[in-house]
Write a protein that binds this ligand. Structure first.
Ligand code: GDP
Ligand code: MG
Length: 436
């Protein structure tokens, strides 16, 4: 829905109060639809409006893109800016306690986290401290067995705080470096649960208290997060079930309300479905725009809009010379690796799953660059003059084989042919540009 507004914003030279107001109404709707708390949405929009009014529009961006950029920047900042690491330094074993309501994903996340840490070379120890729910201990035991991670032999007749004390002793004895305590949850916040968790907090030195919340529960999760943070002073948040329809609004609200960083997101039931939280990705998701924004940022940094327009015209007229080709390679190199750039194009992942999808090949790209660099200006402007003796010279000069030079020229001439064919199909070549 946002894209429409931003398209309308285009054509204005500077950001004015009116065109920003219109865009902000839509932004607020998008936030509410993404399950952001209304107060958070209101404050957010006010902050962005203030920042946007009067801001000069960057040369390479349209006003619409400029607003997207400001909105996106602010969202990222609100979501915590950078990704946050777990605190694993200090005296070993370090201890991580999971807390949250029943069904939020504490046990599953304990397993996922153990898997992640084990992969990083740590020696995790899983501690079941939910003695109420039938089979809760076994649930963690099964996960531990699957992962090859040791699980503390908790029993339902031991108080959770005693289980944790004993587990710390056992972990130190066996030289485990990371203790993960999986606690009990209730369907609703309840004082006896809180005091049980506080007891553990007092008895054991906790490096992290991760509040685990189900992203699908939206606003409810916010109230619960506030309470857990108030009582336990949580150190971070894990949002589970983020792979579904949840658009990440809960992330923004929980971060705003607790001030605590979101450290991980659960993206599925599998034990490998835990990801480090990326504020920028979630910001894009909240805005419903894929990672296009990241692409805009990168492109903005390196591609001059005028240059891009010139190039698009050349492409349409099939005047794309080998010199232009070289320029393109330079631009691409500045933007990062080809893989990274492709990752940001919406829909590309579906394409990539196709078996014989072309893979970007960086080595080839650099070889191509070397080859074009070894050509004279005249050759770059008119490839047809490049006869066999010239080809041999170019190969020697660029340290490649004659076959490499032939291949570059062949794919270049094929590209020209393809461009001729595409001419007259509006948008066929400028699809990327239009999306910006
Ligand atoms: P606990 O009561 O807090 O310990 O919650 P559990 O770990 O037992 O998880 C409750 C349910 O949520 C289980 O069916 C899990 O498989 C599921 N679950 C946990 N994390 C995720 C997630 O990231 N995505 C999805 N789809 N399901 C999850
Ligand atoms: Mg559990």
């Amino acid at each position: 829905r946002l894209e429409g507004v931003f398209r309308r914003l285009r054509g204005h030279g500077t950001l004015t109060e009116d065109n920003i107001q219109e865009a902000m109404r839509e932004v607020r709707m998008a936030l509410l639809e993404a399950d952001v708390h209304f107060k958070v949405a209101r404050d957010f929009v006010a902050g962005v409006t203030e920042k946007a009014i009067g801001r000069e529009v960057a040369k390479s961006l349209s006003p619409g893109q400029q607003v997207i950029k400001i909105v996106h920047e602010e969202l990222v900042a609100l979501l915590g800016g950078n990704t946050e690491q777990l605190r694993l330094d200090g005296r070993q074993p370090v201890t991580i306690m999971m807390a949250g309501l029943q069904g939020s994903g504490k046990t599953t996340t304990s397993g996922k986290l153990a898997a992640m840490l084990k992969n990083k070379g740590r020696r995790p120890y899983l501690v079941p401290a939910d003695i109420y729910r039938p089979a809760a201990i076994e649930q963690l035991q099964v996960l531990g067995d699957k992962l090859g991670v040791p699980v503390h032999p908790s029993t339902t007749d031991t108080r959770p705080v005693d289980i944790c004390r004993q587990a710390m002793v056992a972990a130190a004895e066996k030289n485990y470096d990371t203790v993960i305590i999986d606690t009990a949850g209730r369907l609703h916040i309840d004082e006896s649960l809180m005091s049980e968790l506080k007891d553990i907090q007092e008895a054991v030195q906790l490096s992290e208290i991760l509040f685990v919340a189900d992203a699908m529960t939206g606003q409810d999760a916010v109230t619960v997060a506030e309470k857990f943070n108030h009582d336990l002073a949580i150190t971070g948040v894990v949002l589970t079930k983020m792979e579904g329809d949840a658009r990440g609004g809960a992330a923004l609200s929980i971060k705003s309300v607790t001030g605590k960083p979101i450290k991980f997101v659960g993206m599925g039931e599998g034990l490998d479905a835990l990801e480090v939280f990326h504020p920028d990705r979630t910001a894009s998701r909240i805005l419903g725009m894929g990672d296009v924004l990241t692409l805009i940022e990168k492109a903005e940094a390196v591609v001059d809009k005028k240059e891009a327009d010139k190039l698009a015209k050349k492409l349409q007229k099939s005047e794309f010379s080998l010199e232009d080709f070289l320029d393109q390679i330079q631009q691409i190199k500045k933007m990062g690796s080809l893989e990274q750039i492709l990752d940001m194009v919406p829909g590309i992942n579906k394409l990539r799953q196709l078996k014989d999808a072309p893979r970007p090949n960086e080595k080839e790209l650099f070889k191509t660059e070397a080859i074009i660099r070894s050509m004279t200006i005249a050759e770059r402007r008119n490839y047809k003059i490049i006869n066999t003796s010239r080809r041999e010279r170019i190969a020697r000069g660029s340290g490649t084989a004659l076959a490499d030079v032939n291949r570059v020229l062949k794919s270049y001439s094929e590209m020209l042919k393809m461009m001729k064919k595409m001419r007259g199909k509006p948008g066929a070549l400028t699809g990327m540009k239009r999306r910006k």
